[in-house]
Write a protein that binds this ligand. Sequence first.
Ligand SMILES: Cc1cc2nc3c(=O)[nH]c(=O)nc-3n(C[C@H](O)[C@H](O)[C@H](O)COP(=O)(O)OP(=O)(O)OC[C@H]3O[C@@H](n4cnc5c(N)ncnc54)[C@H](O)[C@@H]3O)c2cc1C
Length: 438
Amino acid sequence: MSVTDQEEVKEMTMDVPMESTLDATCREVAEEIADVVIVGAGMVGTALACLLGEAGVDVALVDARDALLDPDTVGLGHPGMRVSALTPVSRKLLEGLGAWEWMAARRVSPYRFMQVWDAEGTGEVSFSAEQAGVARLGHIVENDVTQAALERSLEGLASVRVLLGARVTELVETADGDRCVHLADGRRLVAPLVVGADGARSPLRELAGIDVDVHDTGHMAVVTTVKVERSHGDVARQVFLPTGPLAFLPLRLDGERHHCSIVWSTSPEEAERLQELSAEALGEALAAAIGHRLGEVTVVDRTVAFPLVQRHAQRYVLPGLALVGDAAHSIHPLAGQGVNLGLMDAAVLAEELLLARSRGTALGDQRWLSRYARRRRGDNSGMLALMNGFRLLFGAQHPALTLARNLGLGAVDRLVPLKRLIMQQAIGHRGRLPVSCR
Ligand SMILES: Cc1cc2nc3c(=O)[nH]c(=O)nc-3n(C[C@H](O)[C@H](O)[C@H](O)COP(=O)(O)OP(=O)(O)OC[C@H]3O[C@@H](n4cnc5c(N)ncnc54)[C@H](O)[C@@H]3O)c2cc1C
């Protein structure tokens, strides 16, 4: 954990009254009592609210945002800059929530092939949906499209209340052992279970005093959208440059295959340099970086850079509290797994909570919450470790490692059963899937 992060966490946890203070007055002044309070209505929190709401659980979904997205404008015209590669398993979940149909009608971009290669050598591996035994390896989807679709799915759920402009500032325990969430505007929410789905810097995680392992990858992700001269052919491309991986993610706009979303992970200095380039010079740099495989590259959007910090909460659960999505783990985007892992957290937590309810157990009971933590921690840790391994192997410039990765990529490319195994992982078929994702 970096010194800054350690200090930040310490600072936030110092005046946390959760373990010691019993806020006996909370119930009396509370405006809202629910079965579950979900803090954070991003893709993961909203998906969890849908899953619980469908089963009639009384949910208060709160977010600091002032408004939901406008479904009349999302996914039309110019593509949004933040996109995610959604696995077939995530798609299954979204289908079950009635979100996918709207997303597909609005804008999703299937990819059927993946090419990964090393800019420094000759190693290359390619994957196809056919080899993996699926119709598509996944879809590149604008985050706003997924978010708006989930928000539409919420509309029909009578047991879910959405509170916006609701910034959580404090978390205390009531005399009854419930959790009480304080909002900045003075409102209070009481429930036996509070779920933190409030993103990578999760205020709730800090308020709960949960420590986090922080690994600053030292990378920034430079993100933009480009138009390419040659058709991308539904191929997701990733090249490992000496400075980090660069992804060209295929987008379909009105049926044409000439746009890509760019995620260029690189050093902060290089990210700054790239951002300062003219659009023309950046296009040329991008075209050269992928060896001109797609011909000329034209940058059609502004460029934004995100710091890439991996975080893993040391605990996913406490009595009456659970973390999901980026609040529990944030991961390097090189394998495009972040939101997929988060959606899987939501599906597994909902499954365990509904099972607990069917057995007459309180929703905040730690034994059931621990089942969720056990089911998810291994999968998330494995993916975080894999991403680190990839980054280190491909970030290294030692000739022996260059040789190893070239040999390795070549060998993987020739071994069909191994490729199939890797593909099964990448498309989300790992371990015991929750029923909602099968
Ligand atoms: C450059 C980049 C590329 C990526 N590419 C991919 C990809 O290809 N595939 C993939 O799967 N993932 C990808 N990811 C990761 C993915 O974007 C995240 O995993 C995902 O957005 C996390 O969703 P979430 O709902 O957990 O959190 P968030 O989207 O961060 O939502 C958190 C919500 O909590 C709310 N909130 C925060 N604090 C408070 C508070 N105090 N009170 C109330 N509300 C609060 C916020 O307003 C927000 O709405 C990428 C990430 C980056 C940076």
